[in-house]
Design a protein around this ligand. Structure first.
Ligand code: C2E
Ligand code: CA
Ligand code: CA
Ligand code: CA
Length: 275
């Protein structure tokens, strides 16, 4: 009926109106929070199986919302990417991560740090500027900073990407491919790039043992190009056993530790190292 039709239209416009408003509010709040630096890093330990100790920690950003508390990245990173705010957030995370690395270096806490770099941030000129700036800092351990980029960053003008990665490696930073196996990079170019590490996406790990052949393939590829392999999303003892049996070098996942706030990292690392 005409009445039902009108109701339906009203219903939808109301829904869309409120969704759009909600979205506007979040964007505004994100902008304000960038200015106020209302973001914190949590850290997830990465364990080397042969050395049986924590070698590194991945920095994962959380939004410290003034009213709603701690917000996880899946709720705001996509919005930051769509709006371009990711460049601002990326800069903030890079600075927080590099300052943290300096603080750990000064205090004698021996650990590497991994920072996530989004594709847009990779194209942002400020990335190289900041990386150059930090690399000349007298107490900055460049070799202990790893930049995680996704495979999609490797798509495009290969000469340009190769030059940029070489420049980053020249400054002493390490480079990891995040979510390896889920992107659309051209495998024939992988060996051209200065890659220190491949992080196998967690979707492969949680499908073990069925996904075993693929993981073996990635392990072989990594050895060929001299990269370390990290298995992400290790949740069970069965995952860990399989990976250890197949000489996967490093693991990260809830089985070992969830990401923890800064103040819990050192004790978490001590506990893991004591095992
Ligand atoms: P990612 O880089 O692949 O990070 C791994 C995500 O998997 C983290 O989620 C981590 O908490 C989660 N994880 C770790 N171990 C396990 C496990 O055993 N099982 C399961 N199911 N999950 C596990 P988180 O912290 O929510 O981050 C989600 C994504 O948000 C990240 O995925 C990354 O793409 C993005 N992100 C986080 N921080 C940053 C950042 O500073 N910059 C950028 N550009 N992206 C970030
Ligand atoms: Ca990552
Ligand atoms: Ca990942
Ligand atoms: Ca140990």
């Amino acid at each position: 009926s005409k009445q039902a039709g009108r109701n339906r239209v009203t219903f939808f416009t109301e829904q869309m109106g409120s969704a759009a408003n909600a979205r506007n509010t979040i964007e505004q709040e994100l902008k304000t929070s960038m200015e106020n630096r209302n973001f914190v890093l949590h850290f997830q330990p990465r364990v080397d199986l042969a050395e049986s100790r924590v070698v590194s920690a991945e920095a994962l950003v959380r939004w410290q919302h003034p009213e709603r508390g701690l917000i996880m990245p899946n709720e705001f990173i996509p919005i930051c990417e769509e709006t371009g705010m990711i460049e601002e957030l990326g800069q903030l995370v890079l600075e927080m991560g590099c300052e943290q690395a300096i603080a750990w270096h000064k205090s004698g806490f021996d650990i590497e740090i991994s920072l996530n770099i989004s594709p847009r941030q990779f194209d942002d000129e400020r990335l190289m500027q900041s990386l150059r700036k930090y690399s000349v800092h007298p107490e900055f351990p460049s070799g202990k900073i790893e930049l995680e980029i996704t495979e999609n960053v490797l798509i495009g003008d290969h000469d340009h990407i190769e030059n940029k990665l070489e420049a980053i490696a020249q400054l002493g930073y390490r480079i990891a491919i995040d979510d390896f196996g889920t992107g659309y990079s051209n495998l024939s170019y992988i060996s051209r790039f200065p890659l220190n590490c491949l992080k196998i996406d967690q979707s492969f790990i949680n499908q073990l043992p069925k996904s075993g052949p693929i993981i073996d393939l990635i392990l072989t590829l990594a050895r060929q190009i001299g990269a370390t392999v990290v298995a992400e999303g290790v949740e069970t003892a069965e995952h860990l056993d399989w990976l250890a049996d197949h000489d996967c070098e490093q693991v990260q996942g809830y089985l070992l530790s969830r990401p923890v706030p800064l103040e819990r990292l050192e004790s978490t690392v001590e506990q893991l190292n004591a095992k």
